[in-house]
Design a protein around this ligand. Sequence first.
Ligand code: FAD
Length: 619
Amino acid sequence: MSEHDAAVIVVGGGHAGVEAALAAARLGAETVLVTGDPARVATLACNPSIGGSAKGQLVREIDALGGEMARTIDATSLHARFLNESKGPSVRALRALADKPAYVRASAAALAAQPGLTIVTGMADDLIVAGGAVRGIRLDDGRVLRAPNVVLATGTFLGGKTFRGDEVRAEGRFGEPPAVGLSGTLRRLGFPVARLKTGTPPRIDRATVDYGAMDEQRPSVSPLTFSFDSAPEFAGPQRSCWVVCTNDETHRIVRENLHRSPLYGLDLIRGIGPRYCPSIEDKVVKFAHNPTHQIFIEPEGWDEATLYVGGFSTSLPAEVQLAMLRTLPGLGDVRMMRAGYAVEYDFVTPTELDGSLETRRVAGLFHCGQLNGTSGYEEAAAQGLVAGINAARRAAGREPLRLGRETSYIGVLIDDLVTRGVDEPYRMLTSRAEHRVVLRHDNADLRLTPVGRDLGLVDDRRWASFVARRDALDAAGASARRAKVGGTTIGTAVMPPGSTVADVLRRPDVTFGDVAAALPNVEPRIGERLEIEIKMAGYVDRQRTAIARAAVDEAVRIPEGFDYYGIRALSLEARDKLSRIRPRTLGAAGRVPGITPADLAVLSVMLHRRAAPELAVQA
Ligand SMILES: Cc1cc2nc3c(=O)[nH]c(=O)nc-3n(C[C@H](O)[C@H](O)[C@H](O)COP(=O)(O)OP(=O)(O)OC[C@H]3O[C@@H](n4cnc5c(N)ncnc54)[C@H](O)[C@@H]3O)c2cc1C
């Protein structure tokens, strides 16, 4: 037996791997994190931001369950702002820019401080599998590590290739070697492996920019934090971002150099790129009717010399990138510090996974992060947390955690991956969550901290602070329903006789600040949450009815190994797809693409007949 034998091995120290390793160790599983370079854990390989629309909700949910990402960004944030403030609480989301080196250092410190977690430097090259179950990994230097649970969190590194003009390199990320052996292993084991692509923009020297020619975007004047437990204070000096627009000249240079693009003229990249984060080449070609595109110039750290050029991802040759940059307002004399590039990599079709993120093909093997075809730090971290939790639970002989779509964006993300699969990099969007009125940024702790506590991830201190918050919110609600404000003037309107604070807060034009004097014992943070709860109550009630309806089909379990081919009344397409994806419930079967209401009705009758033959015959 090797000295590194463990209950759980996590391969890859990116955003997914860090959460997975911490969660597994926190749940008491002896854990080993194997990663190429421990000095680069949780690297923000592209944009410096965490959160934003729908992704911000994921970060809050990770925090509520007892994960790490929210605390790391709070400790390193240099610019935070709420997005979609005017669009209502269900889509409101926090976004913050990190000091990139500080973010990596904070993640490394969290790993180093975690009891029960050992970090091993190295590249996993092969999986050891016997009897349909994983037994460990083999590193490229020949070392063997044995464990009955292995979490793969290898990001963009499997078969990674980077592209800039006609330069093609075998790399998982710029300057870092790819993981080659593992792709072959996964294929050999029968996993469907395909290619995706993403890209990053150039970085520029902040001393060579004329800020007067750009629009400034200031951060919030009061500190904003993701974690329910972070003190509301600034992590360090706050920095502005800057906005500029592309112009005819920028687009002309792109068009005239398309023959030098690995995506277009050179036709070197086959993998599909992220729809919601297209390269500047794609923007100019596919959205040719748009005369201009917004570009965001963002700091990468308190002391970093570089600025990130958001929205300008490109794999054109470096000299073309510089020429394009110099067409932008304020960048006429800019110095390019690092050119952008594209990366193409292998991913494994996530319909191979159960909702616990364990593969069905190999027991004890979990996949998470970009390996599952997602894009983004937050999506990776959310999956890493669930995979780490479930690897540790499996090690302890416990039932896995499976989060439903009605509980969380994390539940939506995983259900989408395992029932629908991906054919382009998957990014979380609010529109993917049918229950988004319930899955708000403000209430992630109410939804998930009790789950995290049951799992054992929320310690006594965090639990006590949650209970105090929940009690304060309940008490504030009771006070708001009691306190009368009839006859007083709020804004320009006189309140009708008998009105309570709760009645008044229902009005869209009234904020907690307007009624705070009537609730002297309610602190502003709780008051703001109360206001959202009261304003959303009607929508939430309607959504709860929809959730209850959906729960009926979610409660109908489909037995493991169910023989769809034996049901002749199902369409052939349905039989094929359901046999491949093997949904766990009737509800999940209905979400498999291509399954019609008629297929579902047939399946429902068959499942009910199995469960209670006499009832189904009458039906
Ligand atoms: C060039 C580029 C551009 C990107 N652009 C965007 C974007 O525009 N928008 C967006 O949302 N996301 C973008 N991303 C993606 C974002 O970086 C990822 O979504 C996120 O980092 C994925 O996290 P992860 O944990 O799955 O993997 P990663 O962060 O990639 O981490 C993988 C880790 O695994 C380690 N590793 C890999 N293989 C092995 C092995 N065999 N053995 C040991 N260790 C291994 C690596 O060293 C690394 O530490 C981009 C990434 C790159 C590289």
